[in-house]
Design a protein around this ligand. Structure first.
Ligand SMILES: [Zn+2]
Length: 75
């Protein structure tokens, strides 16, 4: 099953989406989910993905499909 989504004009996998949010490689990634949120920068659609940047940490991240905005629940 394809979980790819278009983000800023490019098809990305869940892993790639997590890497964009983290700005680094990640170990484990959940499926991409649609978020209820709206991008605070441009009003665009926001995607959500849970991932593990390391073995001891689980992070929920959000990324706008249209601009550079992203956020994690670490913030
Ligand atoms: Zn945006």
């Amino acid at each position: 099953m394809s979980e790819n989504r278009v983000v800023q004009g490019r098809m990305v996998t869940a892993e790639k989406l997590a890497e964009l949010i983290e700005d680094d490689s990640v170990m484990e990634v959940d499926s991409i989910e649609e978020s209820d949120r709206e991008c605070p920068e441009c009003g665009g659609n926001v995607l959500e993905v849970g991932y593990m940047p390391s073995v001891t940490e689980f992070v929920n991240g959000w990324k706008c499909q249209d601009c550079d905005w992203s956020e994690t629940d670490r913030d």
